[in-house]
Design a protein around this ligand. Structure first.
Ligand SMILES: [Zn+2]
Ligand SMILES: [Zn+2]
Length: 412
C-alpha cells in the first residue's frame, strides 16, 4: 500500500487566478489530457510541474519498479518510509500516480504499467499532448511513430549521455511534421530501425560507464531545468495559436557547464524517412465488442462494408509478434504471444527458465484464412483499446481502421 501524505489541501485553497492571465489559462489547462512516458528523473519533474499547473488528467506510463538509486533525482519518490516501498517492488507509474492525487486532487492520474508499444493506439489518440521522458531511443522511436499515426504532438526530452551538463528538448508537431527518426539523419536512423529487433542502450548503462570513469554528473539539476522547459514548450504548442508551422519540428539544446548556453534550431520531414506512410484514417467503432471475445477473422469481416474485392482482408500488426517459440536447452515449445522486442528482452523458457530461445514463428500480419485468425485479439496478446488496421488488397487496395468500444469498459 502506498504511503499517503495528509497534505490536506482543500480544493478551495488552490487559487489558480495568477495563472489565468498567462497561457496557462485555467479553463484550457484543466481540459488537457496529457501522457508522460517514463517516470524516471525527467518524468518525475514533468509530472510534478503538470500536477502543480492542474491539468485535467495525467496518464503515467512506466514499466519499472522504484529503486534506491532513483531517490537522488526523483522528487515524487522521496517520501517517509520509502525503503518499504522499494522492498515491495512498487511500480513507478502507480506510485507516481498516487503522489499526483495527494499533491493535487483536482488532477486525475492514471498509471499504466507497460511498455509504450504495448499500449493501444486508441489511448494515445485521446491525448492532447504526450511528453517523452524515456531513456532509450528504440522506445522513443516507437512512441514517435504512434504519435504520428494518430496526430498527437509529442515533446521529447533527454539528458546528455556523454555530458550531464547538457539536455535537449524537441517538439514533434504530429501529422505533416517530422518524426523522431527524421531528426536523426540517415545513418543513425538506419541503426535505430535495426534496433527495432531489440537492442537497447538505456542511459543508466551509459551512466554506470561514466561513473566508472569518475565523470561528475548533474542529473537531478539538469532534469529539473529540462523538464520545466519541456512542459513550457508543450503547453505553448497546444495552448497558443502562435505556434510554429506544423510541418516543422524544433529542438532546444541547453548546456549548463562549463558555460551556460542555449541554442534553438528547426528541422523538417526527412524525404527518405520510411515512417510516415501509415496514418490512421476514419475509425470504425465496433460498439459492444471486446478484445477478449472477437476473433481476428471476425474483426476483419467487420470491416468488409463497401469493399468490392476478391481477396480477403489482412490484419496488419504494428510490431512483429512471436506466436511460437522454442527452448534451446530443454526443447519446450510454447506460444508466448508477445511483441518481438519485448520477447527478446524478457522471455525465458516456461519449463527450465533458460533464456537461449528460438523464435519459431513470427507474425507481422494475419489474414482471415490463417490458423491464427480464429484466436481472439486478447489471446494473441494484442493491446486493449487499440486501433487495428485491416488491409484489403487487390482492386480494393484500401485500409480500414477499427476500434472496439467494449475494451474501454474493461479498462475502467
Ligand atoms: Zn520521419
Ligand atoms: Zn527450457
Amino acid at each position: 500500500m502506498a504511503v499517503r501524505l495528509d497534505l490536506n489541501i482543500a480544493e478551495s485553497s488552490r487559487d489558480y487566478s495568477r495563472l489565468d492571465s498567462t497561457i496557462y489559462n485555467r479553463a484550457r489547462v484543466s481540459a488537457l489530457n496529457v501522457m508522460v512516458v517514463g517516470a524516471g528523473a525527467l518524468g518525475n519533474e514533468v509530472i510534478k510541474n503538470l500536477t502543480l499547473l492542474g491539468v485535467g488528467a495525467i496518464y503515467i506510463v512506466d514499466r519499472d519498479v522504484i529503486e534506491s538509486s532513483n531517490l537522488t533525482r526523483s522528487v515524487l519518490f522521496c517520501v517517509p518510509h520509502v525503503e518499504q516501498i522499494i522492498a515491495k517492488q512498487t511500480w513507478k507509474a502507480e506510485f507516481a500516480a498516487s503522489r499526483v492525487s495527494e499533491m493535487n486532487p483536482e488532477v486525475r492520474s492514471v498509471p499504466i504499467v507497460n511498455e509504450i508499444a504495448d499500449i493501444g493506439l486508441g489511448v494515445l489518440a485521446r491525448m492532447d499532448l504526450i511528453f517523452s521522458c524515456l531513456d532509450n531511443e528504440l522506445a522513443r522511436l516507437e512512441l514517435s511513430w504512434s504519435c504520428q499515426r494518430v496526430n498527437v504532438p509529442f515533446i521529447d526530452a533527454g539528458l546528455g549521455t556523454t555530458n550531464y551538463s547538457s539536455g535537449l528538448i524537441s517538439i514533434f508537431p504530429g501529422i505533416g511534421g517530422p518524426c523522431y527518426a527524421c531528426r536523426k539523419g540517415r545513418q543513425r536512423r538506419r541503426e535505430i530501425l535495426q534496433e527495432l529487433d531489440g537492442i537497447e542502450d538505456p542511459c543508466w548503462m551509459k551512466e554506470r560507464r561514466l561513473e566508472q570513469q569518475g565523470t561528475v554528473s548533474t542529473t537531478p539539476l539538469m532534469a529539473s531545468v529540462i523538464a520545466a522547459m519541456q512542459v513550457e514548450a508543450g503547453f505553448r504548442h497546444v495552448l497558443t495559436s502562435a505556434v510554429s508551422s506544423s510541418e516543422e519540428g524544433r529542438s532546444i539544446r541547453v548546456t549548463l557547464a562549463p558555460e551556460p548556453q542555449m541554442e534553438s534550431f528547426s528541422f523538417g520531414v526527412s524525404p527518405d524517412c520510411p515512417l510516415h506512410e501509415s496514418r490512421v484514417g476514419e475509425i470504425i467503432k465496433l460498439s459492444g465488442h471486446r478484445s477478449a471475445e472477437i476473433s481476428v477473422a471476425e474483426l476483419i469481416a467487420a470491416t468488409k462494408d463497401g469493399i468490392q474485392c476478391e481477396e480477403g482482408g489482412i490484419l496488419c500488426l504494428d510490431w512483429p509478434l512471436i506466436v511460437e517459440a522454442g527452448c534451446r536447452r530443454c526443447g519446450r515449445v510454447w506460444q508466448p504471444m508477445m511483441r518481438k522486442a519485448r520477447f527478446q528482452r524478457v522471455a525465458s523458457c516456461p519449463s527450465c527458465g533458460n533464456t537461449s530461445l528460438v523464435e519459431r514463428e513470427v507474425l507481422t500480419s494475419i489474414d482471415a484464412s490463417s490458423p491464427w485468425a480464429s484466436m481472439t485479439l486478447a489471446q494473441l496478446g494484442l493491446p486493449l483499446n487499440h486501433i487495428h488496421e485491416v488491409y484489403w488488397g487487390g482492386s480494393a487496395n484500401s485500409r480500414k481502421y477499427v476500434e472496439l468500444s467494449g475494451d474501454w469498459r474493461d479498462e475502467s
